[in-house]
Design a protein around this ligand. Sequence first.
Ligand code: HEM
Length: 231
Amino acid sequence: MNDTPVLAEANGLAARLRTATDAAHRAAESTPYITALIAGQIPRAGYTALVAQHYFLYETLEQAAEAMRDDPVAGPFVADELTRLPWLAEDLAFLLGPQWREQIAPGTATDAYRDRLREVCFTWPAGFIAHHYTRYLGDLSGGAFVAAAVRRTYDFTTDDGTRFYQFDGIPSRGRFKREYRDRLDALALDAAEAERTAAEAVIAFELNRAMFQQLGAAHPASPAVGTVNPI
Ligand code: HEM
């Protein structure tokens, strides 16, 4: 009957991004590193390494957000309550101590990710949106599973070490994501630009997968980690 809004959504950029990245999402979330992290089998140093890589990645992504803040297309996606870098710094201080900054370095996969961010996110608004969508909508979705697993695995009794996954400024993630998708759908991109944007989001997922592969190679799963207290 009155299904016009549903049809409009089905053809919109939000649905398009979700569909285009579906396979890449499954590939990223099923890398051995992520699977083992959720299963509680990554030693604490391996989780710390993920937080460190996130630090470098968000440093560049959030520099791009500042550059795009006043852009008429990308600006509406920039939201202070999403900003993660200060929370990553807190998590690293908790995990590594006050000298954390001297103990971390980006891996080559993270460097490649940052190169791509620098290449597209400062000059191409829809490219910035593709990368912004891939990380922040993911952090607001699967991030909750990761945080719960991490707290359980390393016996974190407070939010210390997983503050990156808290979004205190976003009381309803569901609502925030709905409004975000509405903003995607409201973008007046032509077909070629929508296609390019979806392709960039697939690249963003691939860059994440490569980063997780590298983390997995450096920090293999160890079944003993999660079996300390099996009951
Ligand atoms: C720990 C593994 C992961 C799990 C369990 C997971 C789970 C989920 C779930 C359940 C949703 C749907 C949420 C909803 O419809 O509201 C979702 C959405 C999403 N995830 Fe993941 N995810 C994981 C990893 C990732 C990774 C590594 C990325 C990218 C870096 C990512 C990016 C996204 C994005 C962009 C969405 C939004 C899709 C859309 O609605 O358009 N996820 N995830």
